[in-house]
Design a protein around this ligand. Sequence first.
Ligand code: ARG
Length: 466
Amino acid sequence: MSKILPVSRSGRFTGGPAADVAQFTESISFDWRLWRHDILGSMAHAEMLCKIGVLNKNELHAIVRGLNKIGLEIRAGKFKWKPELEDVHMNIEAELTKRVPAGAKLHTARSRNDQVALDVRLWLRDEITALLGDIADLQRALVSLGEKNADVIIPGYTHLQRAQPVYLAHHLLAYVEMLERDCERLWDCHSRVNICPLGSGAIAGSTLPLNRALVAKLLGFVNAGGQVQLTQNSMDAVSDRDFAVEFCAAGALLAVHLSRLAEDVILWTSAEFNYIKIADAYTTGSSLMPQKKNPDIAELARGKTGRVFGNLMSLLTLLKGLPMTYNRDLQEDKERLFDTADTVRASTRIFSAMLRNVKINRTACAAAAGDPVLLATDLADYLVKKGMPFRQAHHVIGAVVALAEKTGKPLNQLTLAELQGVNPTFGRDALGVFNLKTAMAKRNLTGAPGTKEVAKQLARWREQLS
Ligand code: ARG
C-alpha cells in the first residue's frame, strides 16, 4: 500500500491502492504535461466560485497565489510528481491544499471528469494554434523555394513516368494547396475543441449555482462572433472525445501530405533524378559506406506516418464500445493525442528547415525537362488546332513517337518529311511546338503550370502567407 492517500479515496476506502494498482492506473507519467492548462482551468473555476460566494476574496487570492507558485516550480522542474496521486489534477490540487487550506474548496462542483475534458481541450486549442503556425511556415518555405527557382522546369510525372513539363514551383505549390486544406480541417476541428465543458461535473452538472459562462469567458471559449461556447449536455461533455479523433484524423492526413513530399524529396536527391541537393547539416551519413549522404529527415517523416495513423485507429477503437459516460478507458486518449501533435509538429518544422537548406540542380532539371517527348501532347494539340479529331491526333503522334524510337532520333529531330510521312497534316511550324519556353507560356488556364499562371499563383500565396 502506498503512504499518500489520494483525495478520491479519503472517505470510503480504508487505505491507498496496492502498489501495482497505483502503477497500472496512474497517468501522471504522461498527463503531467497538462499542468499549465490544469492550473489555468483551476484559476478560472476559483474566480467563478468566488463570484458565487463559495470562496471569499482572501481564499481566492491564496488559491491563485498558491497555483502560481506551483506553476513556477513545475516549470523550473522542482515540483515532485507523486504517482500515488494518480494524475496531474490530483497532484496539483493535493499540493495546493497542503499549502493553502482553502485549496480544499477548489474542487467544489467540479469532477475530474469535466476537469480533464477541459484541460485536454485547452491544451489542444493551443497545439492547433501552434501547428497552424508551423504549417504556414512550411508553406512559406515551399513558396520561397519556388520563387528562388521560378524559371526551373522539371518533368511532371504520372505513374512515375515522365509526363509533361511543369515549373518546379508548380510542383511545390501543389503541396502548399494540400497544406492549406490541412489548415482548414484543423480550424474546423478547433471550432469544436473550443467549447467549455466545465460545470458538467462528473456526469450531471451541479446543484450549486455555477456561472459556466463566466468560466468559459475567462478561458477564452468564445467563437469568432464573441459568443460564449458551452457544452449543452453534461453527459456528452464528460465522455466526448470526438474532438480528439478529429484532430488525429486531420493530423493523419497532414502526415500523408508530409509523407508524399518526403517521397518526392527522397526521389529527387537520388543520383537517378539528381534534381536537388540537401545541405550536409540536414542529411546523415552511412556507418559503412563513406560516400553516402542520406535524406533521413524525409525518410523518418515518411516512417512516422505509421504511428500517426495508429493513433487515430487507437482512439476510434478506444471509444467504440464505451457506454455513457466517463469510463477510465478515456485516460488512454492522451498519449495518442500527444503523440500525434508532437509527431506532426516535429515533422512539419523539420521539413521547413530542410527545405530552406535545399539547392536545386538546375542543369539536371533542364536536361530532364528538355526531353522532347514531354511535349508529345502539345504536338497532338497542334494537329487538333489544324482540325484533326483528338483521338486521331493521339494515334498519329503515337506513330510519330514510334518512328522516332525506331530511327533512334529525339522527337524534335525528325524532319518535316518524316512527320509528313506519318500524316500530311504536319506543316513547317510543327517543330516549333518543341520550344519549351513557348510551350510553357501557352499553359495559362487557371491552375495550369503556365509561365504567367505559376507567377500569379506564387504571388497569391506570397501575399496570403505574409
Ligand atoms: N486521469 C484521468 C483521465 O485522464 C482523469 C479523470 C479521472 N476520473 C475518474 N473519475 N477516475 O481520464
